[in-house]
Design a protein around this ligand. Structure first.
Ligand SMILES: [Mn+2]
Length: 343
């Protein structure tokens, strides 16, 4: 009997969730025919339009972890922790109907689980597996701990986030940077290992070391470049690396270089856009009530985001528009960061 596991691709928590779910399923779910379960994996990514193709469902059981709900009757297991877990109100109603209520549980109450308060889907699966199915998750303590740190961006310091000394940080770099055409084959090798051996030993696997080398080189090069380009004035870091096209850099680098800063405004360019990245130092000692609303600022320029971090995309051939936005945002954030604290 086969179980196909769909998971959030190019995401450390997605890979850890798929691994933990596999071990849970193997240990806690009865085998209908007495034969061992076989597992296969398929990554899912957020995109415009339909997220699932009905041709993807397997013939046996199907599980989705760390990704949106599907109302398809082919879905057997589902675990998620995202606020935006349902693509529509109908999907949510379909899930609620399957859950029933405490006095009369629905048919899916012991198969499909959702709680947006969990920091990682890995810790959510571990909670359900141990409390409702009696699984011993103690040997997986380290994996669960790091899934929470990485998915919740709860790094102790900018140094921890940028120097990548912990095995989990290097594994995150490998998983998140996997090229699209190789992501599937990489995760099929990765996922089973995450619950079979310590993270340090996963990191030492030759295929992981092979992928990691060039990624670390790029990471240190980005650190050097931003070190040369960035300035910090009146609590605001700014830099422009549009002349060095990049498909991304570690977003904590600016705060590692300028720990005294409150805000960061970066201008970068990839193959398809010029990007203004606006952020708040996650380790700032300023009270939340004194911080600027970054989403509101980015929305004024056609971008968006969250209260503490946001971005605006401009066409790749219109850097002047992007630079004009950057100038205005820097001035606004300098004024915000030098204002006296609210009484
Ligand atoms: Mn997650």
């Amino acid at each position: 009997m086969n179980c196909r596991i769909f998971y959030h691709d190019k995401c450390f928590d997605g890979a850890c969730s798929a691994s933990l779910f596999t071990r849970f399923h193997r240990e806690c779910v009865a085998r209908p025919s007495g034969h061992p379960w076989q597992y296969d994996y398929q990554g899912l990514v957020h995109r415009a339009g339909a997220l699932f193709d009905d041709a993807w469902w397997g013939v046996g059981e199907n599980a989705i972890v760390d990704f949106k709900y599907s109302p398809s009757p082919r879905l057997t297991w589902w675990f998620d922790h995202h606020q935006s877990a349902f693509a529509s109100a109908q999907d949510e109603a379909n899930f609620r109907a399957g859950q029933g209520n405490p006095s009369s549980p629905g048919p899916q109450a012991m198969r499909q689980f959702f709680d947006p308060h969990y920091t990682s889907c890995t810790s959510w699966i571990a909670h359900i597996a141990s409390t409702k199915f009696g699984m011993d998750v103690a040997p997986l303590k380290d994996l669960i701990y790091w899934a929470d740190i990485v998915d919740g961006a709860r790094y102790q310091s900018a140094t921890a986030a940028v120097e990548l000394l912990e095995p989990a940080m290097k594994l995150t770099l490998v998983i998140e940077s996997a090229p699209d055409d190789q992501a599937g084959s990489i995760s099929r090798k990765f996922i089973p290992l995450l619950t079979e051996m310590p993270l340090q030993q996963v990191l030492e696997q030759p295929f992981v070391q092979h992928l990691l080398g060039p990624l670390l080189d790029q990471h240190w090069a980005a650190l050097d470049l931003i070190r040369q380009r960035s300035v910090c004035e009146q609590g605001v870091i700014s830099f422009d690396i549009t002349d060095q096209p990049t498909e991304g850099y570690n977003k904590f680098i600016p705060y590692y270089l300028h720990p005294e800063a409150t805000y960061n405004v970066g201008l970068s360019k990839s193959s398809f856009r010029t990007k203004v990245s606006v952020g708040t130092n996650p380790w700032t000692t300023k009270p939340a009530s004194d911080l600027a609303n970054i989403a509101a600022i980015c929305e004024r320029f056609g971008g968006g985001g969250h209260a503490r971090v946001g971005a605006i995309s401009f066409p790749v051939d219109q850097p002047e528009q992007a630079r004009a936005a950057v100038t205005q945002i820097i001035a606004e954030l300098k004024a915000a960061s030098t204002q006296p604290p609210k009484p």
